[in-house]
Design a protein around this ligand. Structure first.
Ligand SMILES: *[C@@H]1O[C@H](CO)[C@@H](O)[C@H](O)[C@H]1NC(C)=O
Ligand SMILES: *[C@@H]1O[C@H](CO)[C@@H](O)[C@H](O)[C@H]1NC(C)=O
Ligand SMILES: *[C@@H]1O[C@H](CO)[C@@H](O)[C@H](O)[C@H]1NC(C)=O
Ligand SMILES: *[C@@H]1O[C@H](CO)[C@@H](O)[C@H](O)[C@H]1NC(C)=O
Ligand SMILES: *[C@@H]1O[C@H](CO)[C@@H](O)[C@H](O)[C@H]1NC(C)=O
Ligand SMILES: *[C@@H]1O[C@H](CO)[C@@H](O)[C@H](O)[C@H]1NC(C)=O
Ligand SMILES: *[C@@H]1O[C@H](CO)[C@@H](O)[C@H](O)[C@H]1NC(C)=O
Length: 377
């Protein structure tokens, strides 16, 4: 049966190895012959085989995990179901550990009792674990100008290296570290940031969304000319985060949707003020204000009258070719006049855009053209 002296020795070997650490060559114990095998590197979840050469004169043999016996000959001492015997004969004594985990890492010892003296062989199991990101900053919403720090921590063996990059829109590398510091963040640096953890055997990738809030800024209003009875649309476009609420004013009076033949429609960053049937009273100055929690921005538009020439008002019996010429000249001239009178700058300084002046200019032009036309006969 079991040789009590051998087990005493085994336990002694285990304790000695633990106390002195590896690699263990000679304990100074002349009775024991020890050697170190190469390390075994195994990926988490895989199976590792521990093989120990025997000899003719072996009387007892065992595999130990640190100081605890896994197998003594064919007898299993370990209660771990992942540990099993593969081969046990005169030449070799092999066991296997399935589904290897981090905790299995460490020294394993094959102890052999020969007729002469005991011999131990140790092997170090190194377990490799693919990276897993375990601690990641949550998606954040900040105001423009804030200092932002993102963090990404990963487990894994060997120790994973971490990088941050801005996925969209740019794809630029942002940091080669577990921390990503952005001081005074601008709206251009909002987006999806990706943390990548890499080691020799794998990688893990996670993303964090940074939303940068800023006050609205509306594009400059463009004046719109519409003939009475037609449909007229004023468009107010804003750049804002979060989305802005729009308000429309005629001079100082707020305008509401579906009132007085006016419709207001907001679609994302755009608000449209629609006059279903423009009348004389509609001509004037309109202001669009975009508001979010960080501020507001406004712009003004002039809705001005244009006159559509009709054959009956111009000439009774003129030829169509002459009429076409007249109306196209008229349109061209009026639009040029307005480019000068109510161009983009005019809205902001607020001195031009008076309806009276516009109508007056039209009448004079019309008269001049008709006169010129009649004189040419
Ligand atoms: C085996 O692994 C141990 C622990 O990581 C290390 O100290 C030792 O240098 C390795 N030995 C060999 C031969 O790779
Ligand atoms: C080896 O020993 C360590 C520490 O006691 C333990 O956590 C691990 O499960 C053992 N592994 C095997 C295969 O016995
Ligand atoms: C994640 O990191 C934060 C900040 O360092 C720390 O407070 C927290 O305990 C960590 N959580 C985990 C699960 O490691
Ligand atoms: C952001 O960090 C800078 C230094 O990097 C500091 O001067 C500034 O006060 C910080 N701003 C905020 C809003 O904390
Ligand atoms: C537009 O309004 C005018 C005057 O109120 C009216 O005569 C005309 O029929 C209207 N046109 C349409 C298309 O509703
Ligand atoms: C419109 O914006 C100007 C500055 O651009 C501001 O002075 C003015 O008070 C704003 N008007 C309204 C009605 O918000
Ligand atoms: C339109 O109204 C706004 C706000 O009341 C004012 O600032 C602007 O000067 C006005 N524009 C014109 C052309 O009257």
């Amino acid at each position: 049966m079991k040789n009590p002296m051998f087990w005493v020795l085994l336990t002694g070997v285990g304790i000695l190895l633990i106390q002195q650490g590896l690699p263990v060559h000679s304990q100074g114990d002349s009775q024991t012959d020890s050697k170190v095998m190469d390390n075994i590197t195994v990926k988490q979840g895989e199976t590792v085989f521990l093989r120990c050469a025997q000899g003719d004169i072996v009387t007892h043999t065992a595999w130990l995990n640190r100081s605890s016996i896994l197998y003594a000959g064919e007898d299993k001492w370990s209660v771990d179901p992942r540990v099993s015997l593969v081969t046990f004969n005169q030449e070799e004594f092999t066991i296997k550990i399935e589904d290897v985990d981090m905790t299995d890492e460490g020294p394993y010892i094959c102890a052999v009792q020969t007729s002469s003296r005991p011999r131990t062989t140790s092997v170090h199991i190194l377990v490799q674990v693919p990276p897993i990101i375990i601690n990641l900053s949550k998606d954040i919403v900040v105001n423009e100008g804030s200092n932002v720090t993102l963090m990404c921590q990963a487990s894994g063996k060997p120790e994973p290296s971490l990088t941050w990059k801005l996925l969209s829109p740019s794809g630029d590398l942002a940091s080669e570290d577990e921390y990503l510091d952005i001081s005074s963040i601008s709206r251009q640096r909002a987006g999806t940031y990706q943390c990548t953890a890499v080691n020799d055997i794998g990688l893990d990738v996670q993303t964090v969304e940074i939303t940068v809030n800023y006050a609205p800024s509306v594009s400059e209003g463009r004046d719109v000319g519409v003939a009475p009875g037609q449909r007229g649309v004023l468009e107010c476009e804003v750049d804002s985060m979060p989305e802005a609420d729009f308000e429309w004013y005629r001079d100082d009076r707020r305008i509401f949707n579906d009132f007085d033949g006016i419709q207001i429609e907001d679609v994302g960053q755009l608000s449209k003020l629609t006059f279903l049937n423009v009348s004389e009273e509609d001509y004037g100055n309109y202001t669009c204000i975009a508001i979010n929690k960080l501020g507001s921005s406004n712009t003004s538009f002039v809705l001005y009258e244009i006159i559509e020439p009709t054959s009956s008002t111009l000439l009774q019996d003129g030829s169509t070719s002459v009429l076409d010429l007249t109306s196209s000249v008229l349109e061209k001239t009026t639009s040029e006049t307005f480019a000068i009178q109510a161009g983009p700058g005019a809205v902001q300084d607020g001195n031009s855009g008076s309806m009276g002046t516009h109508v007056h200019t039209y009448s004079c032009l019309l008269l001049a053209i008709i006169l010129q036309f009649l004189l040419s006969f």
